[in-house]
Design a protein around this ligand. Structure first.
Ligand SMILES: [Zn+2]
Ligand SMILES: [Zn+2]
Length: 297
């Protein structure tokens, strides 16, 4: 297992996260709760999860559909509200995860780094968060507006937070900005690790990815992780009708509305292969030493 040293940790980022959590807990204690506030918190959570899964992940990291430059910017802008850094940084980290899944260069492997590092530590490693390697996202890095978002990713959530404080109540601020962010953080961090530890395997990928129904439900389809590692190019991670994938349904809706196009689907032979391995029980071993999976981006 890889050992991480304290010097590697960006403590300003850790402090930010700790203060954010303390403010959230104190905030909820002060403003209380109601069905209305919980509903707003859930809505805030849902928007952020959606834009991370359908936007940061399936668009910026995997280019699984195409869209206009304007809507691309909107996705990037909304994505910053999740406070998971900028779209180009997120895409580079995720592409590394696919390229080197569960190998030494993987940025968040529970088998290389241990649970705590894979869960949250990797996001606050100076090696990972200091800069964005634009050579890993050449397909997007020549858009100046995306580079701006990537650099000043904290400005949009700050503006939204201040506006909510001015225009709405403190209670709305606490539930929409603080609670929504914290819950969304933990569900996404949880899925990064859980989908490599818990669940079933349909495809023989060269990593430990697993299909996990719980993650698929709470993260709008992101739990079909073994499917996704096997064929990452597709906008669809739930390969079959019974594998719920809300992000994919929403992308198809956007396609019908003409907002996105060229949505990448799963080739028939891969769907058939998945059904065969399910029928025969011939899912793969968990070797993590082999070379890359069949598709990164
Ligand atoms: Zn993975
Ligand atoms: Zn991915």
């Amino acid at each position: 297992m890889r050992q991480h040293k304290l010097e590697e940790v960006d403590f300003s980022g850790v402090l930010f996260v700790v203060v954010f959590h303390v403010l959230t807990i104190v905030g909820v204690f002060v403003v209380g709760s109601s069905l209305y506030l919980v509903g707003l918190g859930f809505l805030s959570y849902s928007i952020r999860v959606w834009v991370i899964t359908a936007g940061y992940h399936r668009y910026f990291a995997h280019r699984s559909y195409q869209t206009s430059r304007a809507f691309q910017f909107i996705i990037g802008l909304l994505g910053t509200l999740a406070v998971e850094r900028g779209p180009l940084w997120w895409a580079t980290m995720h592409r590394l995860h696919h390229r080197y899944a569960d190998q030494e260069q993987d940025v968040h492997s529970p088998f290389q780094d241990g649970l705590l590092w894979a869960y949250i530590g990797w996001m606050h490693s100076k090696n990972n968060c200091a800069t964005t390697d634009y050579s890993k996202v050449k397909d997007f890095s020549n858009y100046p507006e995306l580079r701006w978002l990537n650099r000043f990713y904290l400005i949009p959530p700050l503006v939204v937070g201040i506006l909510l404080l001015i225009l709405c109540s403190q209670a709305v601020f606490v539930w929409v900005v603080l609670v929504g962010t914290v819950i969304q953080w933990h569900t996404l961090f949880f899925s990064n690790t859980a989908c490599h530890i818990f669940g079933s395997r349909r495809f023989n990928t060269n990593d430990t990815s697993r299909n996990n129904l719980l993650c698929a439900i709470i993260l709008m389809g992101e739990g079909w992780h073994n499917n996704h590692h096997y064929y990452a190019r597709s906008a669809r991670q739930g390969f079959y009708w019974w594998e719920v994938d809300v992000s994919y349904y929403s992308i198809k809706l956007l396609e019908k509305l003409g907002i996105v196009w060229n949505v990448r689907e799963i080739p028939r032979h891969i769907l058939a292969r998945g059904l065969r391995s399910a029928a025969t029980g011939s899912v793969g071993d968990l070797s993590i030493n082999a070379s890359h999976n069949r598709s990164d981006v």
